[in-house]
Design a protein around this ligand. Structure first.
Ligand SMILES: NC(=O)c1ccc[n+]([C@@H]2O[C@H](COP(=O)([O-])OP(=O)(O)OC[C@H]3O[C@@H](n4cnc5c(N)ncnc54)[C@H](O)[C@@H]3O)[C@@H](O)[C@H]2O)c1
Length: 247
């Protein structure tokens, strides 16, 4: 089950946190994985940890030309790209009334428009191969309008990412490509570093399972959704949130 040998994947924002855990889980199932991130030092550490089935690619996902060049380099090296995991994101916690236009623009650029850039670069290759698996790491914020850590810009970008994933699922199904989103609740990663103990306690009280997730628990959902066993699942939004959402 969940055999990914002979598959190639790109994971954005893979230098640390959930992205690194996703890359590790895909490697463990036999895939070759390109880790794309804007942080070269962390990225080198991640690929050294994960071994020879990985490749590191430095790029800012908000830079369309850099993304295209990075993805073309991976494709030239491996000949095909089967899986794209759009995971890179930045947090934005400013209340709406204090939200600066620059923070709005940057959050939307990294958390939403970047998915358009990566998919534009990857999807034509997937169509040519008649096979593809697109995964979007969204957030409960995209369904709830924030209320835990991310606020207006973050929630809007994540809601947009869910909508984009569904549109991709609908339009690309005839080409053998599935597209699914995952909505994590709070996950123990550096993204949560700014949370105060009071904020953490409030967040924990919202979670029926009573704790934050570990990155590998999100990675396990990715492995399932890109595996042969999930071939008939597309346009789905899978909550990995300890029961926060239950919709
Ligand atoms: N941690 C959580 O509680 C949580 C909850 C819900 C959703 N998520 C989502 O999970 C995903 C991963 O989050 P995380 O907690 O691992 O975050 P993180 O901050 O620990 O890691 C994010 C990674 O993305 C990279 N990155 C950020 N901006 C980039 C850019 N412009 N170009 C390239 N790389 C960039 C960072 O360098 C970093 O390696 C994000 O989409 C996040 O919104 C996280």
């Amino acid at each position: 089950m969940f055999d990914l040998s002979n598959r190639t994947a790109i994971v954005t924002g893979a230098a640390r946190g959930i992205g690194r855990a996703i890359a590790a889980a895909l490697v463990e199932r036999g895939a070759r994985v390109a880790l794309l991130d804007r942080e070269p030092t962390l990225l080198a550490e991640a690929t050294a940890q994960l071994g020879p089935a990985t490749l590191s690619v430095v790029a800012d996902v908000a830079d369309a030309a850099a993304v295209k060049a990075a993805i073309d380099a991976v494709s030239a090296r491996w000949g095909r790209i089967d899986v794209l995991v759009n995971n890179a994101a930045v947090i934005s916690s400013a209340p709406f009334l204090e939200l600066h236009p620059a923070e709005w623009e940057r959050t939307l650029a990294v958390n939403l428009t970047a998915i358009y850039h990566t998919c534009r670069a990857v999807v034509p290759m997937m169509i040519a191969n008649g096979y593809g698996r697109l995964i979007t790491i969204a957030s409960v914020a995209g369904k709830r309008g924030g209320g835990i850590l991310g606020s207006a810009a973050y929630s809007a970008a994540k809601a947009g990412a869910i909508g984009l994933t569904k549109a991709l699922a609908r339009e690309l199904a005839p080409y053998g490509i599935t597209a699914n989103a995952i909505c994590p609740g709070p996950v123990e990663t550096p993204l949560l570093a700014t949370m105060t103990p009071a904020q953490r306690a409030r967040a924990q009280a919202l979670i029926p399972l009573g704790r934050f997730a570990q990155p590998m628990e999100v990675a396990a959902a990715v492995v399932f959704l890109v595996s042969p066993e999930a071939a008939f699942i597309t346009g789905e939004t899978l909550d990995v949130d300890g029961g926060i959402t239950m919709d």
